[in-house]
Design a binder for this molecule. Structure first.
Ligand code: FBP
Length: 276
């Protein structure tokens, strides 16, 4: 029997805290950096308040920047898995640099604070792709030393990409993420179960999570997409705006968890949770 290393056991253990039985609902809250504070409704600007609500709703993990992790540690500690995002950008930087993500933290600090995972973005197709590839390779190498799983936000965006949701392009990004050693992939919804299944297939066994996107007109609309992600072989969702921009994030999170983890019917869940 081959001897497992401490780090390989550590990585498996951390992944199992994020993905329960292979599935996960991750609450993303890096929008204060990516979009600015106005993205949050007034009642959810305080990160502690919204994090308490999504934890109550049953989120498996939260994905935040290191500063927010530090400000809210008493809320998440021992209650939910923590993923620290170590790259980012603001939306007020010059237009020609919006296709670049820069360091927002380091893996070692995430280790110190008790993280279960690291997240980093690569804009596949960007003119700065090479910089983000280099960043990702370095991040992944450090993660490897600590037994820390790394989630890649594999977002196809670039001057040559006409439609970033084109299944062929999303599939390419997911495959590139798998090729470069991501442990978990987060990418765009491609609009149909069939096309998303082809993205999952291209990732060749690396779990693929759907990136939430802007708030849908109705909660049910989002729940149906979550169901389709699961039926396409996806591992779940990473969701931000579709939870924190709604008036009742606890209920919305609970509904998403029911669809993703229990294979419950979105229409029934929405009805039972009073979301229709
Ligand atoms: P949402 O569920 O709100 O879409 O969050 C997912 C996410 O990737 C965030 O992590 C990030 O802040 C945002 O979307 C990126 O938004 P944009 O598409 O404008 O770059």
């Amino acid at each position: 029997m081959s001897h497992e290393t401490y780090t390989s056991i550590g990585k498996k253990m951390r992944i199992s805290r994020i993905l329960k039985n292979g599935r996960s609902v991750i609450f993303a809250m890096d929008h204060g950096m990516e979009h600015g504070p106005d993205e949050f409704p007034k009642e959810h600007l305080n990160p502690k308040i919204i994090l308490k609500k999504v934890i109550e709703g049953g989120a498996d993990a939260i994905m935040v920047n290191i500063g927010i992790a530090a400000l809210t540690w008493d809320v998440w500690a021992n209650n939910v898995a923590l993923i620290v995002k170590v790259t980012g950008k603001t939306s007020i930087r010059p237009k020609d640099e919006t296709l670049l993500q820069s360091p927002t933290g380091i893996v070692e600090d995430a280790v110190k604070i008790g993280a279960d995972g690291i997240a980093a973005t690569v804009y596949w197709g960007s003119q700065y792709e090479h910089i983000m590839m280099e960043q990702f390779v370095e991040i992944a190498a450090i993660c490897e030393e600590y037994g820390m799983p790394v989630l890649q936000l594999a977002y196809p965006r670039g001057p040559e990409i006409q439609n970033r949701y084109d299944p062929r392009i999303v599939r390419y990004g997911a495959r590139a993420a798998a090729e470069i050693g991501a442990d978990i992939i987060k990418t765009y919804w491609t609009g149909s179960k069939e096309s998303f299944a082809s993205v999952v297939e291209a990732a060749s066994g690396v779990p693929v999570l759907m990136s939430g996107g802007p708030k849908t007109d109705t909660p049910l609309e989002f729940l149906k997409v979550a169901r389709d992600v699961i039926e396409a072989g996806g591992a779940g969702v990473v969701v931000g705006r579709n939870v924190f921009q709604r008036s009742d994030p606890v209920t919305m999170m609970r509904a998403i968890v029911r669809v993703v983890h229990k294979d419950e019917d979105p229409e029934e869940v929405a009805r039972e949770e009073g979301l229709v």
